[in-house]
Write a protein that binds this ligand. Sequence first.
Ligand code: UP5
Ligand code: MG
Length: 190
Amino acid sequence: SKVKTPFITFVLGGPGSGKGTQCLKIVESFGFTHLSAGDLLRKETSTNAKFCDMINDTIKEGGIVPSELTVKLIQGAIDSSENYKFLIDGFPRSEENRSAFEKITGAEPNIVLFFDCPEEEMVRRVLSRNEGRLDDNIDTMKKRLKTFTALSLPVINYYSEKGKLLKINAVGTEDEVFEQVRPVFAKYEK
Ligand code: UP5
Ligand code: MG
């Protein structure tokens, strides 16, 4: 069991807004452990035959995998880490995701980052990435954006109303964006 209570940051933003890229920089500068929910689910497709098709189909349709599975993967990663500072990237994506996380883990985020990016820029970034992801095509991208607007934005609004949201302008170079992110975490180093 952990000595310290986990310090949890949710990293939210639309598809291609730069969540993963900025998380790597936060890891380098501030020693967090990066848990991308999407990466955990993609990894699960190669190790869990039972859920492989369901996960891949959901990702291809730009939908959201049932909360129980995603929360289980995130919680497992937190529990098996020696670290206590976590970036949970790309989760929660719906109010249902959010309430399942709170209910199952009993935890709430200390900080919520939101990478605010115009749709046309997110489309440009996703379609110019070349990593063979099932969902990096124009048809799936349209669906991902719809899901983001319909289901994920309400979560972002929820944290905004709670006063926990830190909104970052995701347009600019990677370094320019990180200069807005850095002070958020530098505050806790003191
Ligand atoms: N790039 C990054 N920053 C840039 C900048 N400042 N200027 C120019 N280019 C920049 O960046 C995307 C691309 O843009 C990269 O090529 C990068 O170099 C460049 P990245 O940092 O990868 O952005 P990110 O926001 O992480 O984009 P990603 O595509 O990973 O976001 P999604 O939220 O869509 O993907 P995720 O992997 O989280 O989820 C995929 C799917 O899994 C979901 O659609 C869903 O079906 C499923 N899922 C669930 O069901 N439940 C979950 O909890 C999580 C995922
Ligand atoms: Mg990502």
